[in-house]
Design a protein around this ligand. Structure first.
Ligand SMILES: Nc1ncnc2c1ncn2[C@@H]1O[C@H](COP(=O)(O)OP(=O)(O)O)[C@@H](O)[C@H]1O
Ligand SMILES: O=P(O)(O)OC[C@H]1O[C@](O)(COP(=O)(O)O)[C@@H](O)[C@@H]1O
Ligand SMILES: [Mg+2]
Length: 511
């Protein structure tokens, strides 16, 4: 596969609704031509500490003396030579690439690291660092015989797995060529198709083994990355020369550690159109209240950023910030104030917000999708009806509700320019990492520099909006909406008054 293919390949492929898609980089025909010794894949833990060999991806550097080492922690990713010590390596064919001919530093230094925490104090520990992404001097897949065919790594045997994880064992594969992937970035959806559930690690790795696949690129959100980690572990257990790379793609932006996931920018941009439509509609009537529901199962990033970008939004509701309707500081009070002031208002809400209220009003039980994600109830419809009932029945005020649910329309559009560029970087970094023999990693920007992050590090937490960070405060000052900080108090009052039972799973300790 050449790099231009790999970039268009990935740039094009993970259009927004492509939640769980896989590319296989199959190079079983790439036989070693020579037997170079294993280069020193050594991770230097600190300038002041002797070199430390990385044995396994989640071993944190043994820091014996915090002061001495400035608290430097290197969370390196696994390498194939950890379990295949005799694997031969080859000079990276990029050395001969015209594209890199005048690049000052074609290869990243094995000692380059990217800091997880960018703002530090003079005396604070230096903290966690990840391996910098990029081309490495030596590669562990021999592609020389293909260089004449392609420009960079020269691998031309690439399979697309159709229909998500289950596609490994229940669907046909698709041979991917530059021609096939040429235009896919201009289409929404996923040309490889997708599915939820169906992750059977053994069957998947059996299939990888049977087909002689050497590199697996797995594209998707947090669930997909967990699946990728399981595949990597099983491949390692079986001692397979298979590099597994995770590519973070979800509009929700709920993947930890990285700056943002592919698709998020596009979703925020497209959400503007829905917000604008709501604004136009409610501006045209007296007491118009527009409600726009956006995606965001557990994380309100799309809603928060769309609100900040649009500036037409009066109130943004996200799963991380539980809200309440009645009384002082509640949503009803705020809506009434805004209507008096402006004659109209727009509320943006993330689909995961207020789920407990909807569940309570509908007396439903928790249901899950095939991947184990909680099936969400339509909080937009619930909020629309609740506000309408309050103003018409209790406040005796005529109001006009306009509810817009653009969620799938947003997810279905092709990625925007910024996401396309981002995707090119993800694709190229992933290919460089896998070619260099790294495995079990997710690639992504950390403080704007691309890095290889152990998958387990990315999946151990979920990226959510931190109410204690300044960004949420910026939003509150921009909309001037209530902070709902009295949520706990208000809920307790209601329980005491007997107006509600204890609300199941209510996040009363969310801050
Ligand atoms: N803990 C896990 N281990 C293995 N596979 C998982 C795990 N969690 C989710 N998956 C699989 O990952 C795929 C995608 O997960 P899903 O939650 O639907 O989407 P996303 O990757 O966007 O979060 C599904 O096929 C699901 O079965
Ligand atoms: O209805 P579907 O297709 O299962 O997808 C809905 C979900 O997909 C998302 O857009 C993305 O979530 P994932 O990245 O976990 O797939 C969520 O915001 C939304 O709840
Ligand atoms: Mg998910």
């Amino acid at each position: 596969m050449d790099l231009s293919l790999s970039s268009s390949f990935f740039t094009n492929s993970p259009s927004l609704s492509l939640s769980k898609t896989f590319f296989l980089f199959k190079s079983q025909n790439l036989r070693p031509l020579s037997n170079f010794p294993n280069p020193s894949y050594i991770s230097r833990v600190s300038r002041r500490q002797p070199l430390v060999w990385r044995q396994n991806h989640l071993i944190r550097a043994q820091i014996t003396n915090q002061t001495d080492l400035d608290g430097f922690i290197f969370e390196d990713v696994p390498h194939l030579t950890n379990f295949l010590p005799d694997l031969p390596s080859y000079p990276n064919p990029l050395q001969k690439s015209q594209a890199y001919a005048i690049v000052k530093q074609t290869f990243v230094s094995p000692e380059d690291v990217v800091a997880q925490k960018i703002v530090v104090q003079k005396d604070s520990p230096r903290g966690v660092h990840f391996r910098r992404a990029g081309p490495q001097e030596r590669v562990f897949f021999n592609s020389e015989e293909y260089v004449g065919l392609n420009y960079m790594y020269g691998v031309n045997d690439i399979l697309g797995i159709v229909g998500g994880y289950r596609g490994f064992y229940s669907k046909n594969t698709m041979q991917l060529t530059p021609k096939i992937v040429n235009d896919i970035h201009k289409r929404g959806g996923t040309f490889l198709r997708t599915s939820r559930g169906g992750h059977d690690t053994n069957k998947i790795v059996d299939n990888i083994e049977d087909r002689g696949i050497n590199q697996v690129y797995i594209i998707g959100g947090d669930g997909t990355q967990k699946g990728a980690a399981a595949i990597y572990k099983e491949a390692e257990k079986r001692g397979l020369q298979v590099a597994v790379a995770g590519i973070p793609k979800t509009i929700d932006n709920d993947i930890a550690v990285i700056d943002k996931s592919f698709g998020f920018d596009t979703a925020v941009e497209e959400a503007q159109r829905a917000i604008n439509a709501a604004h136009v509609e409610v501006e045209s009537v007296e007491n118009g209240v527009g409600i726009v529901k956006l995606m965001g199962r557990y994380s309100g990033f799309i809603a928060m950023h769309a609100t900040l970008a649009s500036r037409d939004v009066d109130c943004c509701l996200i799963p991380e910030s539980p809200f309440y309707m009645e009384g002082e500081g509640g949503l009803f009070e705020f809506v009434e104030e805004r209507l008096k002031e402006n004659g109209h208002m727009v509320i943006v809400l993330a689909e995961g917000a207020g789920q407990e209220y909807v569940a309570q009003s509908m007396h439903t039980v928790d249901e899950k999708d095939a991947s184990g994600n909680r099936l969400l109830l339509d909080v937009g419809l619930w909020l629309t009806q609740t506000i309408k009932d309050h103003f018409t029945k209790v406040r005796k005020m005529a109001i006009y509700m306009k509810y817009i649910d653009p969620t799938y329309m947003i997810r279905a559009i092709p990625s925007n320019a910024s996401d396309n560029v981002y995707c090119t970087l993800l694709a190229q970094s992933a290919v460089h990492g896998a070619m260099a023999g790294y495995t079990g990693f997710t690639v992504g920007p950390v403080n704007s520099r691309h890095a290889y992050i152990p998958i387990a590090h990315v999946t151990e937490t979920q990226n959510t909006v931190k109410l204690t960070d300044r960004m949420w405060a910026r939003l509150l000052t921009s909309t001037n909406q209530p902070s709902f900080l009295r949520f706990n108090e208000v809920m307790q009052e209601r329980v005491d008054r007997g107006t509600i039972d204890v609300i199941n799973n209510m996040k009363i300790t969310s801050i």
